[in-house]
Every structure is written in C-alpha cells, then in structure tokens.
Design a protein around this ligand. Structure first.
Ligand SMILES: [Zn+2]
Ligand SMILES: [Zn+2]
Length: 315
C-alpha cells in the first residue's frame, strides 16, 4: 500500500468492499475483492463510511488498530436497505466499544423506517446482539433533506433508479468531490419509479428523461464517480429491471456528467478478476473512441484514491 503521509492529501478514499449482491471470497477475486460494498472517505477531519456491506468488518479492525485507546468518531452513510449494503454492520468492531461515537444516516425505505432498516436485521432470530446492546454511542439519523453537512463537509443526496428507495451521495471535500452511486440502473431502459403506476409509455419516457437530466446535474463535474457497472452490455440485456448498470451506460453517464475519474463498482459476484479486467478495458476503449480524457478504473478492494493526485494506489 502506498504511504500517504509524505504529501498528506486533502482527501483519501479507500475501498473495503467493492462487490455487489453477495460476498465472494475466492482465489479468482483477489484483485477486485470479495467483500460487499463499503468505502471509507477521510477528508477535512471527518471519517465518512459509505455503506456497511461485509467490507466494513476489515475497516473496523483497521480503525481499532489505528486509534487504539483514542475514541473513533465517524459517520456512516447508507444508500439503501439491500443486504449487500448493511450486512456487515453487526461485525463492525468499533460499535462494540463505549469510547466510540457512530452516527448513522439514511432515508426511510419502502415499507420500513430508516431506524427499522438498521435495527430489525439485528433482532432475534436473525442476530444474537441487538443494536441497543452495542456499547458505542450510536445515533441513528433519518435523513429528510437532500443537502446536509457533516463537520466541514457538504453532502448532497439524490434518489437513483433502483428497486425500493435508494440514494447516491456526493461529498464535497476541500480536495474535490466524490460521488457514490453503488446501485443504479440507467433510466432510459427501465424506470423503477413507474412500477405499479398507471403511466403511458410517453409519460414514462418523459419522467425517465427528466430524472436522467437531474442526475447528470447532480453529478456534474465530480472529481470521482464511483458507479454501479455490474454488467457487461450483453449481460445487461438479460437483466433489464434488476436495478444495475452496464459498462457502456456507466461510461456514457460519466462522460455526460463531465466527471474526472470513473470508478467501476458493484462487481457482479459471477465475475472473476479476469472478467472485471476485461470490463475495465472495454470501458477505456469506449472513452478513447469518444475522444475524452476521462480516467477509468475498476474499484479494487484495498486500493486507495488520493484526491490531490487522483491516482489509484496498488493494494
Ligand atoms: Zn447492491
Ligand atoms: Zn441494491
């Protein structure tokens, strides 16, 4: 791992879990990683954790080691209630230590409050320790606003195209802005908000176009875009309506939003390292064809992005 102490960056992103759907530890996933969604962002004195998939477990161990007797204060932002984004929380070691303060933020889900989303999976018979029994100072905050701040950081949220309620976050740091959309399907092929509604094809098309334009506006000029690109274009044709994106849709959203770096994320559990390598390559070819200088990387578990250098350090 590259040391970050020499030219202390304004912001540092570390990927603790990059996988979508379910954890897949294997010899064939060592490079991109087997843990589900969890990304750490350190910026302007804050520790922000994005989602609590199984990758939050090794993050907890690393924080414990780093802070030792000092208290850990962090904010956990949850995008949505699907298992691959919350399942690691009961194994987050800092939650079991009374010196630590953990603030958790997210929106009410479809048919469940945000508090229920975080606490119900830890109740019997699903888990032996309830949220209330955790020793850390825990604060579960339901978000109502699409713009809020944590310390010096301004944070924007946007609802995205995914089954149920799911958001993306954009965090504005002094070193640049980071957009995190781990689960998102391109609006033009399937509109999740139209499910169960009596909309004409024209109405659906119009809403999809409006939502897409709003999302481009939300992302515009981000330094880093961490984006759902679970499927190859061929696979996506068989998974329309599943809530995830493809390589070409990810590249086109990044180009349209004029972001600096696109990080392909939420790798499919059926894709081994070789497959993801090929997908990163095909995304880069699309960028070259477009004549843009957009940088493309595949999120690798254990890798870091330093926002000043905007380079991915090898694990
Ligand atoms: Zn997911
Ligand atoms: Zn999901």
């Amino acid at each position: 791992m590259r040391s970050v102490s020499a030219s202390s960056p304004s912001a540092r992103i570390k990927f603790w879990g990059t996988r979508g759907s379910i954890a897949v530890p294997s010899q064939d996933t060592l490079l991109y990683g087997g843990n589900t969604t969890c990304v750490e962002l350190r910026a302007d004195g804050e520790i922000i954790v994005l989602d609590a998939g199984s990758g939050i477990r090794p993050l907890g161990i690393a924080l414990d080691r780093e802070f030792q007797a000092r208290p850990i204060r962090l904010s956990l932002l949850i995008t949505h209630a699907h298992w691959d984004h919350i399942q690691g929380f009961p194994f987050f070691k800092p939650a079991y230590d009374s010196k630590n303060e953990i603030r958790i933020f997210g929106f009410d889900g479809a048919g469940a409050t945000f508090r229920e989303i975080m606490t119900e999976p830890m109740k019997s018979p699903f888990f032996p320790i309830t949220m209330r029994e955790l020793s850390a100072k825990m604060d579960i905050n339901k978000l109502n606003e699409m713009k809020f701040s944590l310390g010096k950081l301004d944070i924007h949220a946007a609802f995205v195209n995914h089954p149920g309620v799911c958001v993306g976050y954009r965090i504005l740091t002094s070193g640049g802005s980071v957009a995190f959309l781990p689960d998102h399907e391109p609006y033009e092929f399937f509109l999740h908000a139209a499910r169960g509604k009596q909309l004409s094809p024209e109405q659906t098309k119009q809403i999809a176009a409006d939502q897409h334009a709003a999302l481009v506006q939300f992302l515009r000029g981000s330094d880093i875009l961490i984006l759902d690109s679970q499927y190859t274009d061929q696979e996506y044709e068989r998974h329309i309506g599943w809530g995830h994106g493809s390589i070409s849709s990810a590249v086109s959203l990044a180009l349209e939003s004029e972001v600096q770096t696109l990080v392909l994320f939420h790798h499919d559990p059926n894709h081994d390292d070789e497959m993801v390598d090929g997908m990163v390559e095909s995304a880069r070819e699309l960028v070259i064809k477009s004549g843009s200088d957009l940088e493309v990387a595949g999120a690798q578990q254990g890798s870091e992005i330093l926002l000043e250098a905007k380079k991915i350090a090898a694990a």
